[in-house]
Write a protein that binds this ligand. Structure first.
Ligand SMILES: Cc1cc2nc3c(=O)[nH]c(=O)nc-3n(C[C@H](O)[C@H](O)[C@H](O)COP(=O)(O)O)c2cc1C
Length: 362
């Protein structure tokens, strides 16, 4: 483990300095109140990662509006002032331990399995999502067929992301991550089979990435030029792990090229294994993101082995490493790697039968 000092070098995202290259990936833990208020347990849970040495925490997916965006019962929101204020204790706890915290804004769209605010799901087109709902988030069976979102609702959705970002900045978050990945509504627009629209948001890849760009621009406008804003992008989805962009590198150049000009400070790329070629052979998705967006890149996907994470950083294609299951397994991962101590392994039992935060995590 002597080859990992690069993990502990400083970096920055936009104007924000980070003490090291280690982030906790966004992970939904359905532990808020029914109305979407962050709880004291959540504050203790997040602070614990900060104490373990991670420089940056990205929250679980947080719903931006109290209309259609909530994906899971007991998911936290930031769609009104009460929800925003409830995050203060979480943010203060993380800051007290010396880390930064970004909120991930997530609109579940057609993959919503449970909502305090809506009885219907919306998506780019009236299509039934593939796959099955997740039982560890209280879902069961097939996803319902979504109602096609109207042009006015698209305008509203963009505004809702912007308003949520403004609330997040007001209550003290250090940055915004727009969830453009993993099958949720922005990724539903990006994906040909879930987006059958014939307006300017559907069809060619340029059109399918438009909503991601417009949300990014609106969020940037809402928080001003100095505040960190990024977007998370993936090929795979929670309901379709193996999905690949049909036009391979050409799609990557269009998607990352447009996002690179959308006023963002970083792109967070998640793949099953971030070090593997994106399309069977050739470059990884993180390399393609760096090449075509030219922004700082957060990489995620099976990077919990310290030497592997350090080697990826050393390629120069990646600026920050985000750990998901590796962080759940070992909240002290950064401190332990520094001290050359053995790391704990992830046990799926932690998330069964439900994915809520367990007493051992608070
Ligand atoms: C319990 C759990 C909840 C997750 N929730 C989210 C989420 O809210 N937003 C998101 O972008 N990714 C979410 N993910 C995906 C992780 O951020 C990450 O991409 C995934 O675990 C793969 O990275 P890893 O190999 O480091 O675990 C979740 C993963 C897990 C295990």
């Amino acid at each position: 483990m002597t080859s990992t000092p690069i993990l502990f070098t400083q970096t920055s995202i936009g104007k924000l300095a980070l003490k090291n290259r280690l982030a906790v990936a966004p992970m939904t833990r359905i532990s808020a109140s029914a109305e979407g208020l962050a709880t004291d347990d959540m504050a203790r849970y997040y602070a614990r990662f900060a104490r373990g040495g991670y420089g940056l925490l990205i929250t679980e997916g947080v719903y931006p509006d109290v209309r259609h965006s909530q994906g899971y019962l007991y998911q936290p929101g930031i769609g009104n002032d009460a929800q925003a204020r409830a995050w203060r204790k979480v943010i203060e706890g993380v800051h007290a331990e010396g880390a930064k915290i970004f909120v991930q804004l997530m609109h579940a769209g057609a993959l919503s399995q449970g909502s305090h605010w809506s009885t219907e799901t919306i998506g780019p087109s009236a299509v039934q999502p593939v796959g099955k709902q997740m039982s560890f988030y209280r879902g069961e069976g097939a996803y319902p067929i979504a109602r096609e979102i109207t042009p006015d609702e698209i305008t509203q959705l963009i505004q809702d992301f912007a308003d949520a970002a403004a609330r997040a900045k007001d209550v003290g978050f250090d940055g915004i991550e727009i969830h453009g990945a993993n099958g949720y509504i922005l990724d539903q627009f990006l994906t040909a089979y879930s987006n059958q629209r014939e307006d300017r948001y559907g069809g060619a890849t340029e059109n399918r990435v438009r909503l991601l760009v417009e949300v990014s621009q609106a969020v940037r406008h809402a928080v001003g030029p100095e505040f960190p804003v990024g977007i998370r992008i993936s090929q795979g989805k929670v309901n379709d792990f193996v999905h690949k962009w049909a036009n391979g590198v050409d799609d990557a150049s269009v998607i990352f090229g447009h996002l690179g000009k959308a006023g963002l400070d970083y792109i967070h790329v998640t793949e099953y294994d971030a070090t593997q070629p994106a399309f069977g052979t050739g470059p990884t998705l993180v390399e393609l993101a760096k090449r075509y967006a030219g922004l700082p890149i957060i990489a995620n996907g099976q990077l919990e082995e310290p030497a592997k994470a350090a080697a990826l950083l050393a390629t120069g294609a990646v600026d920050v490493i985000a750990l998901g299951k590796g962080a759940l397994a070992d909240r002290d991962w950064p401190q332990k790697v520094l001290r050359n101590e053995p790391l704990a392994e992830f046990d799926y039992a932690l998330l069964q039968p439900l994915a809520h935060i367990k007493p051992s995590e608070t």
